[in-house]
Design a protein around this ligand. Structure first.
Ligand code: ZN
Length: 178
């Protein structure tokens, strides 16, 4: 469930760490992504990309605050509600292989609808998953956002490589101060 919103958030990581263009401005990426989110292509535009970029910033700042235990949920909820308030659509229950889910459906996939869908994914991450498992990789050059599925909730890095980099860095720092 978390994967889709994490994919959206980590487009920022793709720019920073892979040096690629912003996926939120890439039509092929957007269509691939929204096929998974709403089941169809979208009408991309620069305005929409700019709005999505703003949303990504709000979300990443919120995740950073959450991880630092400084998140003001009321402020974020107010922000999400602003997007929900202007989005078209009706609430509908869908079934998928015996699993029932509630979502929104619309005949008009407008920018507002798309942005509200992203807010819905963010809401799921914060309120329907174990949000204490949300992590930002502690390698400051990485900061990949991930969900810690480990049993004792002790994962601090997105993958072994980052854990090793940090181990080496701590070792060097320790020796430098000696
Ligand atoms: Zn990492």
């Amino acid at each position: 469930m978390e994967t889709l919103i994490l994919e959206f958030l980590n487009t920022d990581w793709i720019i920073r760490c892979q040096g690629k263009e912003d996926p939120l401005y890439n039509e092929a990426w957007l269509n691939r992504y929204f096929k998974k989110v709403i089941g169809s292509d979208i009408e991309s535009s620069e305005t929409l990309s700019i709005q999505m970029t703003n949303l990504r910033t709000i979300f990443i700042n919120s995740i950073e605050a959450l991880v630092n235990e400084e998140l003001n949920l009321d402020v974020l909820i107010k922000e999400l509600n602003k997007y929900f308030a202007v989005a078209p659509g009706v609430r509908i229950i869908t079934s998928n292989e015996g699993k029932y889910d509630i979502g929104f459906k619309t005949d008009q996939v407008t920018d507002d609808f798309i942005l509200a869908e992203l807010c819905f994914l963010m809401h799921q991450l914060l309120f329907e998953s174990e949000k204490e498992r949300i992590r930002i990789c502690e390698n400051p050059d990485c900061k990949y956002i991930f969900f810690d599925n480990s049993r004792n909730k002790s994962k601090r890095h997105c993958y072994e490589g980052c854990a090793n980099i940090m181990k080496v860095r701590r070792f060097r720092e320790k020796n430098a101060t000696k």
